[in-house]
Design a protein around this ligand. Structure first.
Ligand code: SF4
Length: 293
């Protein structure tokens, strides 16, 4: 296993630092200087592609500029502001998270990794990303993009969770950690994708997989997400259509069946129950609406 002082790690770190400036994607939350804005961006990015996050992120923050503002809003308003992002459970978790920040941290996003990790909807990746990008802490940020780079470029082997975490930490430079983490994410997103673009990749000359060959080690490596199941015709699509319809106002189950895709309408009842269990919709006198009471 590659160790922190190994030539491979040193080479990759050196080349990545050299290219950090040119790799940077122009994203509004980078270096924005507001921990709340960074936290909101990271929650939105958990399951939504970066291009689809930029506008909703700006609109959401225009409405909920602080954790206190979000904590004070009713859930149905939060779900309306989540338009375009899908996976609505994240909106509810972020709302709970804002309440926890308000109650436990006097309205300020905590910088401590464990306190971040204890917030609703904040997993290991999101906590590390906020600690690094908002508070410039020396902590590795390991997402699916970084997981591919580690498995291919650094190790050329499939990595367990412990190995990937160890390698990600060993790779960190002593200084400018946030920009290094961002460069690693940007390299994974731009070049080391599921279908890699090795011919133009800045790390090509130091990449272990490109040099030594073999099967692609990334697909089953820790931290690398599996391909998403088909969206069209899925329960996920139906959930999105129901929430979108209820953003206009309360509706009966029969009215909802009439507005969703015909092929999905038989599943409206069971999906409404599921959304209600998730605390996203509720029913009064047979009319469904957004919110949990
Ligand atoms: S050369 Fe190819 S495999 Fe290696 S880091 Fe670049 S894109 Fe990934």
């Amino acid at each position: 296993m590659t160790t922190s002082g190994s030539k491979q790690l040193v080479d990759v770190r050196r080349v990545l630092r050299r290219h950090a400036g040119s790799l940077a994607r122009d994203l509004p939350w980078i270096n924005c200087g507001d921990p709340w804005a960074v936290l909101v961006s990271e929650v939105m990015l958990q399951q939504t592609q970066v291009e689809r996050v930029v506008d909703p992120w700006q609109n959401f923050l225009a409405r909920f500029a602080t954790p206190r503002a979000l904590a004070a809003a009713p859930l149905d308003e939060v779900l309306r502001a989540w338009a375009g992002l899908g996976y609505h459970r994240r909106a509810r978790s972020l709302w709970r998270c804002a309440q926890e920040i308000t109650e436990r941290h006097d309205g300020d996003v905590p910088s401590n990794l464990e306190e971040l990790r204890a917030l609703s909807g904040v997993g290991a990746y999101t906590a590390a990303a906020v600690a690094s990008f908002a508070f410039d802490q020396r902590v590795a940020v390991l997402d699916t993009n970084v997981g591919r780079v580690l498995a291919r470029c650094v190790a050329n082997r499939r990595l367990t969770g412990t190995q990937a975490t160890q390698l990600a930490n060993d790779l960190l430079p002593r200084r400018d950690v946030a920009s290094f983490n961002q460069a690693l994410l940007d390299l994974g997103a731009t070049f080391c994708r599921a279908k890699p673009r090795c011919a133009t990749c800045p790390l090509a000359n130091v990449c272990a997989w490109r040099r030594d060959g073999g099967d692609d080690p990334a697909p089953l490596s820790a931290g690398v997400s599996r391909p998403q199941p088909r969206f069209v015709g899925s329960r996920r699509q139906l959930r999105g259509q129901i929430v979108a319809a209820l953003r206009q106002g309360p509706m009966t189950e029969a009215s909802l069946r009439a507005v969703v895709d015909a092929g999905l309408s038989p599943d409206v009842a069971v999906t409404l129950e599921q959304l209600a269990r998730d605390g996203l919709v509720c029913v009064t006198r047979r009319r469904w609406r957004l919110g949990d009471n």
